[in-house]
Ligand binder design. Structure first.
Ligand code: 13P
Ligand code: SF4
Length: 303
């Protein structure tokens, strides 16, 4: 990356007392300039621990919102104003209300990939790294899992004693990874292990040797004795996989493993966010306070 740009970002970070958090799906060049890179659980938790007064968030809106919900005193600035996760908008308040009316003892379990308004109407948040553990520990037998249908079904499979109501939300990136492509990749690389994110469809997950969040996929590949892996998630993860494992080989299964929202963020947009401290994440205080309850509960239950 341009050395001058890198220096300027470093200088602005000091000047503005800022820290850069980035998700594994952003461009490798952005991961390179970040102070911390992680999965969505790590980033939400890390945001509660940093001492800097400004957080520059290199990820999609719901991630920046979670950081703000948990840290009202900090200025949270998105590296790109339009980086948003379509899945976060797939569930509405009416569907939650309908299920609550029909099933009063239900726990509304909200995947963090959702808006602050939806979190505010939920009982607990989860990420892909802790969903099974958290749902398992809920006292409720009836679970309404929103919005991701694939993650919901994956969790339900591990917890047969609970009754699940699913929503029909999905991630277009993971949904576009097809079983046929995975089978072709396996045929081409018979020694490789298949690692998949639980947002993938069930038929893809059935072909996987390991299913986990982005961090868990990286940890699994790094600890494994195997030298080759077929990766079923967004391609940004290859940067950290390859950095941590220079002697291992990672293969994608197609050309659609690309989240256009995450890829909006460039080092130049990070510099602009640092200079202008805009766009800042702003939330109605009433929503923020209500949304903090299921998020705090997640942090407690995930420990
Ligand atoms: P992780 O929690 O695994 O980082 O996933 C976030 C995400 O958006 C997956 O598409
Ligand atoms: Fe949303 Fe999918 Fe992009 Fe993750 S990869 S941010 S779920 S669109």
């Amino acid at each position: 990356m341009n050395q001058e740009l890198k220096e300027r970002i470093k200088q602005m970070k000091e000047e503005k007392d800022a820290i850069i958090l980035a998700h594994y799906y952003v461009d490798g060049q952005v991961q390179e300039i970040a102070d911390f890179v992680g999965d969505s659980y790590f980033l939400a938790e890390k945001a509660t621990k940093v001492s800097a007064s400004v957080i520059i968030f290199c990820g999609v809106s719901f991630m920046g919102e979670s950081a703000k919900i948990l840290n009202p005193g900090k200025r949270v600035v998105m590296a790109d104003q339009y980086a948003d996760c379509p899945m976060a908008h797939m569930v509405d308040l009416e569907s939650i209300q309908e299920v609550r009316t029909a099933c009063p003892d239900v726990a509304v379990v909200c995947y963090v990939n959702s808006t602050a308004q939806i979190k505010a109407a939920s009982d607990v948040c989860v990420t892909s790294s802790n969903a099974v553990k958290i749902v398992d520990n809920l006292p409720n037998k009836n679970i309404f899992f929103i919005p991701d249908n694939n993650l919901g079904r994956y969790v339900a499979k591990q917890l047969p004693d609970k009754n699940f109501i699913f929503h029909d939300g999905f991630c277009h990136v993971h949904k576009s990874i097809h079983k046929e492509e995975v089978l072709r990749a396996k045929e081409a690389k018979p020694g490789a292990l298949v690692l998949a994110h639980p947002e993938c469809t069930e038929d893809v997950l059935l072909e996987a040797d390991f299913v986990g969040s982005t961090s868990q996929i990286i940890d699994f590949a790094s600890a494994s004795d195997c030298k080759e892996f077929i990766i079923c998630t967004e391609m940004g993860i290859f940067y950290e996989l390859q950095m941590k494992n220079p002697n291992k080989k990672f293969y994608s299964v197609g050309h659609r493993q690309f989240c256009p929202n995450m890829k909006r963020i460039k080092p130049e947009s990070v510099l602009h966010a640092l200079e202008s401290l805009e766009p800042e994440v702003e939330l109605e205080e009433e929503i923020r306070v209500r949304a903090s309850v299921p998020l705090q509960r997640m942090l407690e239950l995930a420990k």
